[in-house]
Ligand binder design. Sequence first.
Ligand code: IPD
Ligand code: CA
Ligand code: CA
Ligand code: CA
Length: 266
Amino acid sequence: MTSQEMALDKRFALAKAIVQEAGAMALDYFNRRESLVIETKRDLQDVVSIADRNVEMLIRERVETMFAEDGFLGEEFGHTTGTSGYTWVVDPIDGTAPFVNGMPNWCVSIAVLHENVPVIGVIGAPCHGELYAAAVGEGAKLNGKMLSLDPSRTIQNAVTGIGANSYVAPEIVADIVSRLLQAGGNFVRNGSGALMLAYVAAGRLVGYYEPYMHAWDCLAGYCLVKEAGGWYHPFPTEDENLTRGAPVIASGPGARSDLEKLAGVA
Ligand code: IPD
Ligand code: CA
Ligand code: CA
Ligand code: CA
């Protein structure tokens, strides 16, 4: 094993352990969510609580203890650059709206980038007892079982995930939903974009589109989709662009060209 493979392996093992530990902490908050004070950020739909902040703090502490030289970006506490070439990109709770409203569609999402390329993606969905884990060249697994996408699934014979938020005009989402339905497709939105990307990797959804998301929402899912045999649209991951956000588009091989056309990136 080369020293680079060893460096990746150690971070992969840590990412999986942290997602389990952070997931248990988040689940504990979820089970007593009536006592959480719900705050808002940019608007009334952009919610957050101490659960999001404390789960991110835990993840930061665990990474810092083992890899103090790595960069770190989390939704709640921002970006610190590192010196090792590795950067952790973390959404402590993706799907905060379902979380605070008592629905199980939320997850803990951790990506690790090496020289700006997502090389590790780990997503844990504690309410479902599911751990999705991928490392570059090692494939993607759900609870230890290898995932492999079926190229015969298309937007016409499978379901596509669509996401939306108030960063972009609602007409953009309405338009793509309308054109997807006209093309014979079907869609779901479960409130957690990261989890829906994991579902693409698992073949439950054939693709995912959201007009604007941040790195912490999508990079772990992107790594999972790619390692399962799928594809994702390029996303800005250079240190100086990592907090910028961009459209998120990913799918299995059979839906790629249709989804690219629908999203206007073909
Ligand atoms: C949000 C969820 C949602 C997506 C939004 C994200 P958060 O993340 O992934 O499904 O549509 O764009 O911001 O705030 O729950 O971590
Ligand atoms: Ca949020
Ligand atoms: Ca998120
Ligand atoms: Ca979040």
